[in-house]
Design a protein around this ligand. Structure first.
Ligand code: TXA
Ligand code: MG
Length: 324
């Protein structure tokens, strides 16, 4: 019933927020220019920052992409439906407003049952960036979408908390070599196993290819500082000289709160850490801390997406490679 309503809204050019296994998306008919422009307006997102098109099956790659290299099939077969986005050369009809004027298009087949049933009933591609205002933390629960976008969305489909909690891994297959534009829970190691070749993470500013990679992104509004585990003692000693209150996010050791210094311990398991991260940042952001200090995580590949988001949340512009 609610899916029928959602489809009606999409068909008439409206916006429907929907859950995926990664984060909530802000959906619009990917063939409707006016609807796509609404997404940019509601998110306050620059028009050159392209959107992902959510599709139902690998067969639909043909509808959106002009060139489909064998790697696309290999990765789709292994990871779709799931938290993987592929960048391919776009088909002619694909709207320039969707791709930010680029000649490539981002495609993803989500696994969440509500996203799937929406796509099935809509019977077409759904353009869907994360359902947050530009540069802010992505929503992992329906109430976050409401907080971020309120009445500007025509309908929010509530699918509870997102299982992955971080945005999809983005792999660019439109160039000479596959490359990761955004790390996600599908790791570089898993991708390499399927592709049978090394894949590099492009974390640096590189022209206009992945606008989302460049800026202060995925960020809380509170000043956020990332520190290395070995700096923990020094950070703790200097905290009293900071403007208080502050929050300190760790994941290894537990500390007791002291006056105006709150400790938050996230999981030492990357899957759970990822699931908790954005809701924790969002919650901390509301509590009026002067600064949020976050302990950086392991350089192990299982943590690569989390490291990437922590760097972005703290406004540090270094690439992943530099951090490692
Ligand atoms: O998990 C996800 O990917 C979520 C869910 C809703 O699917 N979506 C998401 O979309 O995170 P968004 O728009 O917030 O992030 C997509 C990123 C942006 O940084 C955008 O610049 C990049 O993908 N992107 C989209 N199309 C691209 C293209 N043709 N070339 C390079 N980068 C592209
Ligand atoms: Mg986003």
């Amino acid at each position: 019933m609610i899916i029928k309503k959602a489809v009606g809204i999409l068909r008439s050019g409206g916006l429907v927020a929907f859950p995926t296994e990664t984060v909530y998306g802000l959906g619009a008919d990917a063939r409707n220019e006016q609807a796509i422009l609404k997404i940019f307006a509601v998110k306050n997102r620059p028009k050159q920052n392209p959107l992902i098109v959510h599709i139902r099956s690998t067969d639909e790659l043909y509808e959106w992409a002009a060139e489909i290299p064998p790697e696309a099939y290999q990765l789709a077969e292994r990871f779709w439906p799931g938290p993987l986005t592929l960048i391919l050369k776009k088909a002619k009809h694909v709207l320039a407003c969707l791709t930010g004027g680029q000649d490539t298009v981002a495609l993803r087949m989500p696994q969440h049952p509500i996203a799937q049933s929406l796509l099935q009933s809509f019977n077409g591609g759904i353009a869907g960036p994360s359902a947050n205002r530009y540069t802010h933390v992505s929503p992992t629960q329906a109430c976050h979408v409401r907080e971020e976008l309120g009445q500007k969305v025509d309908l929010i489909l509530d699918g509870g908390a997102c299982e992955v909690g971080l945005e999809s891994t983005i792999v660019n297959l439109s160039g000479s070599e596959p490359e990761i534009l955004r790390p996600g829970c599908i790791t570089s190691k898993e991708l390499e196993e399927v592709l049978g070749q090394p894949i590099k993470v492009v974390g640096k500013e590189n022209g206009t290819l992945a606008p989302g990679m460049h800026q202060l992104h995925y960020a809380p509004r509170t000043k956020t500082i990332l520190f290395q585990s070995h700096e923990m003692e020094a950070v703790l000693q200097n905290l009293t000289q900071e403007k208080l209150p502050v929050a300190v996010v760790t994941h290894n050791k537990t500390f007791n709160d002291t006056a105006n210094i709150d400790f938050i311990k996230l999981s030492a398991d990357p899957l759970f850490y990822a699931r908790e991260l954005y809701q924790t940042l969002r919650w901390l952001d509301r509590k009026g801390y002067k600064t949020i200090f976050i302990e950086n995580v392991s350089t192990d590949v299982a943590w690569e997406a989390i490291r990437d988001r922590l760097v972005k949340a703290s406004g540090m512009m270094q690439s992943l490679q530099e951090k490692n």
